[in-house]
Design a protein around this ligand. Structure first.
Ligand SMILES: NC(=O)C1=CN([C@@H]2O[C@H](COP(=O)(O)OP(=O)(O)OC[C@H]3O[C@@H](n4cnc5c(N)ncnc54)[C@H](OP(=O)(O)O)[C@@H]3O)[C@@H](O)[C@H]2O)C=CC1
Ligand SMILES: O=C(O)CCC(=O)C(=O)O
Length: 494
């Protein structure tokens, strides 16, 4: 029986909706296989040879990654954007076929002992996706939802994101299904040490340079670095996001949030708009959300929401700098829940187990996690006349949500472009480490702002060059892809 027929038989007749950490996430029991006709666009006709190649690539993709919905979703999203490129230059199809297969995937056991002396075991991952443009580069995520599909989708997105920064960085991602919530400092430290005891064999400043992501911040990077140093007997730039006292870069904690707002500012300028007095809906209350809110305040916008996995806070007059400081202290130091913000503000309201997308506003900044805006949420944004969505998180909008943005000509900054500021400053941290130097705050901020401006203009011009108008999402995929694909061809198509 051929793969496509087999997969059709397995296709779900229904999907289950699970309330995961307060978000309504649509979980398909099996991921859907798409064939070439799902991607064809009559304005960009493909040769019959190109269609055959894409068809066979899809068959292999599905066969190799069956049951990995996040990864398939990310590949489909990029493939859809590349059809105009493949119509013009079919030689790129073969490069895409290679890019969707990770160079290396490492899965390992992470044993550790909790505070009660009980033996625990988690699973660790590192997916080394592409080394075409430099050492593998990308964060580590510690979250119970982590699995191979999630890490592969993140590593795949990272390939195009890192390419857009124009810095010398390949792409990777890693993490574990370890849940740091409710764990003591000592437990987190022992877990990090055990995780690094295996990972250190595969990384190095010129090989693979991990960093933070969800639940991996300054504390975890410190524990991971300390253990690497003991095992490798080397002090080097093997991780980014380090503390300023021992090799970190100014602005790295701020970079993803600041960068996302810089990206949005460029988009707004292109549309002859600015942030003054604009109401912004932000999700998340972690690293990305915090510095998104801070930069929005710098630009005179009014951020009215923040969230965590228990629900969202609505602050009708907007978060003040003092209110934001309260959130930072609550989340980064006390490691508390966002609902405790009600102890600080008498005007705020908390909406338990809800997402903030029903709140009226001008712009949305999803900055929590993947698939947090679905079709229904996107329709809500449209109804509320939200004019633009700028993704601080990785793949926070489902493909159905993106369709809605496009149908309504909303401004849309996809994660791999809009949130590239974090990894860009990580690239700058690598450069500073190589020089044994630390650049001043203003210098790094200026470089970040220029990189985000250039990412916006590269994405826009790639879209226009391929006849897609102002489709910044497709333009980001195209510009990110072409740099990697050209590099692969020049390096002997490996
Ligand atoms: N840090 C960085 O430099 C970069 C991060 N990103 C992306 O930005 C997003 C946020 O990362 P970051 O701010 O670093 O992570 P943090 O761990 O600092 O914060 C994550 C926030 O999102 C919430 N959240 C996480 N998972 C879920 C879930 N399944 N459902 C609901 N809420 C959830 C958390 O709530 P709770 O506390 O309740 O778990 C928390 O408020 C991620 O998509 C990440 O991949 C992208 C580029 C760079
Ligand atoms: O700074 C880094 O290398 C990690 C950034 C990251 O994980 C991301 O861009 O999603």
């Amino acid at each position: 029986m051929n793969v496509r027929l087999y997969s059709k038989l397995l296709r779900p007749a229904f999907s289950i909706t699970t309330a995961v950490n307060g978000f309504r996430l649509q979980k398909h029991l099996y991921s859907t296989q798409k064939d070439v006709s799902s991607f064809e666009r009559k304005e960009f006709p493909l040769s019959s040879e190109a269609k055959t190649q894409i068809g066979s690539l899809l068959d292999t993709l599905y066969k190799r990654n069956f049951g990995q919905p996040e990864f398939l979703e990310a590949v489909y999203e990029v493939l859809g954007s590349l059809i105009p490129v493949f119509a013009k230059e079919p030689r790129y199809i073969q490069m895409f076929e290679k890019i969707i297969e990770p160079e290396r995937q490492i899965i390992f056991r992470v044993p550790w002992v909790d505070d009660n002396g009980i033996q625990r075991v988690n699973r660790g991952f590192r997916v080394q996706m592409s080394s075409t443009l430099g050492p593998y580069k990308g964060g580590l995520r510690f979250h119970p939802t982590v699995n191979l599909s999630v890490i592969k989708f993140l590593a795949f997105e990272q390939t195009f994101k890192n390419s857009l920064t124009t810095l010398m960085m390949g792409a990777g991602k890693g993490g574990s299904d370890f849940d740091p919530k409710g764990k003591s400092d000592g437990e987190v430290m022992r877990f990090c040490q055990s995780f690094m005891t295996e990972l250190y064999r595969y990384i190095g400043p010129d090989t693979d340079v991990p960093a933070g992501d969800i639940n991996v911040g300054a504390r975890e990077i410190g524990y991971l670095f300390g253990q690497y140093k003991r095992l490798a007997n080397q002090f080097n730039g093997v991780l980014t996001g380090k503390d300023l006292g021992w090799g970190g870069s100014m602005i790295r904690p701020e970079a993803t949030g600041y960068g996302c707002v810089y990206f949005a500012k460029n988009y707004l300028q292109y549309k002859n708009m600015d942030f003054k007095g604009k109401v912004c809906i932000v999700s998340g209350s972690g690293n990305v959300a915090q510095y998104t809110v801070e930069k929005l305040l710098d630009f005179g916008a009014i951020p009215v929401t923040m969230s965590d996995s228990n629900g969202y806070i609505y602050e009708p007059n907007g978060f003040t700098r003092e209110g934001l400081q309260f959130v930072m202290d609550l989340k980064n130091v006390k490691r508390g829940r966002l609902v405790e913000y009600l102890n600080y503000s008498s005007t705020a309201k908390f909406f338990e187990n809800e997402k903030p997308w029903s709140v009226p506003g001008d712009f949305a900044f999803p900055s929590a996690t993947q698939n947090e805006i679905d079709h229904e949420d996107a329709e809500m944004l449209v109804k509320n006349k939200v004019q633009g969505v700028f993704e601080g998180a990785n793949m926070p909008s489902t493909s159905e949500a993106i369709e809605v943005y496009k149908q309504h000509s909303m401004m849309f900054g996809p994660g791999k472009a809009a949130n590239a500021g974090g990894v860009a400053v990580s690239g700058l941290e690598m450069a500073q480490n190589s020089q044994r130097q630390q650049w001043p705050r203003e210098e790094v901020d200026e470089k970040l702002s220029c990189i985000m401006r250039d990412i916006f203009s590269m994405s826009l011009s790639a879209s226009q060059k391929f006849g897609l108008g102002d489709d910044v999402q497709s333009g980001a995929n195209i510009a990110g892809f072409i740099r990697v694909a050209d590099g692969m061809i020049q390096q002997g198509a490996v």
